[in-house]
Design a binder for this molecule. Structure first.
Ligand code: PLP
Length: 372
């Protein structure tokens, strides 16, 4: 076997992530690697923290990027906040709610499931009923933007309910951060995790997380050790916290953090509200194009994610053949249906740098050609 350099093609990424990475972020990634305890790098990490606080709209001091993808951010929240014997209300309206259940059970806790149909948001009335029926519950966990279905849930209302019942919230904001309003402090969310590769349009492999003072207090009151050494935030914090005394925990993904810094800076330069509006505008453009092609959305208009357009594969159309043609002939990636929606849905992403007119036009033209 002869192995030569791998030169990837220039695709347009309009799936569920990763999304198109801007040339500015790719350039940042290609800068010289410096030591992860180099004072200049440590200074840059402080800026990443400040930029993440802006993106999350929080003043939480404990706001960092976990050195691993969104799934590790998810696991970080669960392993640090849940102890064996705890009861957690887990909302499941797609693939990622089910993963939350897995996490809860692997922590030795009981997951009380609140189920909603795929494509529907989490129903606050069901969550309230579960909270009333399980007064021992200490956490409510839900996915803000379900990437598997394209549905947005009402994080503000769910958080208020959790607080009324003295529960913390664990919130999956992997697809929501940077794409739709997410106001961590105003909504009083407690543990929120995201991913670098969706609406931040950075390379995959980092997971921004933020913990409220209430969540930090709960971690400090743990009776047992966190079962994961790598994700134990009491150890990681020594590396991310300032005061000039960084201690080695693991070797940070230096260049990926340059890239995250650049992508967050781009978000700050654009302004969060403008970024949210751009996602909405591009969604409206795409919606008009798709409807003209007779392609129907799976989610009701009020709960649709602008950055993840889940549509039904039209009757009689070969899902995989269409996606393969888009990829091979147009260098365009759209997402397949996941879990219960496999073979039945396409997920068309308009995330971060990919949420632009040229992409909407390319996708509309390519789908029109391929669907004939
Ligand atoms: N949660 C949601 C809502 C996601 O969409 C994803 C990834 O698509 C994840 C969690 C897991 O993130 P990652 O694939 O970066 O581990």
């Amino acid at each position: 076997m002869t192995i030569s350099r791998f030169i990837p093609p220039q695709r347009t990424l309009m799936g569920p992530g990763p999304s198109d990475v801007s040339p500015r972020v790719l350039q940042a990634l290609a800068q010289p690697t410096i030591g992860h305890l180099d004072p200049l790098f440590v200074g840059m990490m402080d800026e990443v923290k400040a930029l993440l606080q802006y993106a999350f709209q929080t003043e939480n001091a404990f706001t960092i990027a976990v050195s691993a993808p969104g799934s590790a951010g998810m696991e970080t929240c669960f392993v640090n906040l849940i102890e064996p014997g705890d009861t957690v209300i887990v909302c499941r309206n797609g693939v990622f709610g089910e993963r939350m259940r897995e996490n809860v059970e692997r922590c030795g806790a009981t997951a009380v499931m609140v189920d909603d149909e795929w494509g529907k948001p989490v129903d606050p009335a069901k969550v309230e009923a579960a909270l009333k029926a399980n007064p021992e519950a200490s956490v409510v966990a839900f996915v803000h933007a379900e990437t598997s279905t394209g549905a947005l849930s009402d994080a503000k209302t769910l958080s208020a309910l959790a607080r009324e019942h003295d529960c913390l919230t664990i919130v999956d904001a992997v697809t929501s951060l940077g794409g739709v309003p997410l106001l961590v402090d105003e909504w009083q969310l407690d543990a929120v995790y995201s991913g670098s590769q969706k609406c931040l349009s950075c390379v995959p492999g980092l997971s921004p997380v933020t913990f409220s003072p209430r969540a930090v207090e709960k971690m400090q009151q743990r009776t047992g050790k966190v079962q994961s050494w790598f994700l134990d935030q009491s150890l990681v914090l020594g590396y991310w916290s300032g005061e000039g005394k960084r201690s080695y925990h693991h070797t940070a993904p230096v260049n990926s953090l340059y890239a995250l810094h650049e992508s967050l800076l781009m978000l700050k330069e654009e302004g969060l509200e403008n970024a949210w509006q751009r996602h909405r505008d591009m969604h409206e453009l795409l919606k008009a194009e798709l409807e003209a092609l007779g392609v129907n959305f799976l989610v009701e208009p009020d709960h649709r994610l602008p950055q993840l357009n889940a549509v039904a594969v039209p009757e009689g159309v070969d899902d995989a053949a269409v996606r393969a043609k888009l990829l091979n002939d147009y260098n365009l990636e759209i997402g397949a249906g996941l879990g219960a929606l496999a073979g039945k849905a396409w997920r068309i992403g308009l995330m971060g740098y990919a949420a632009k007119r040229e992409n909407v036009a390319l996708c509309a033209k390519a789908l029109k050609d391929v669907l004939g």
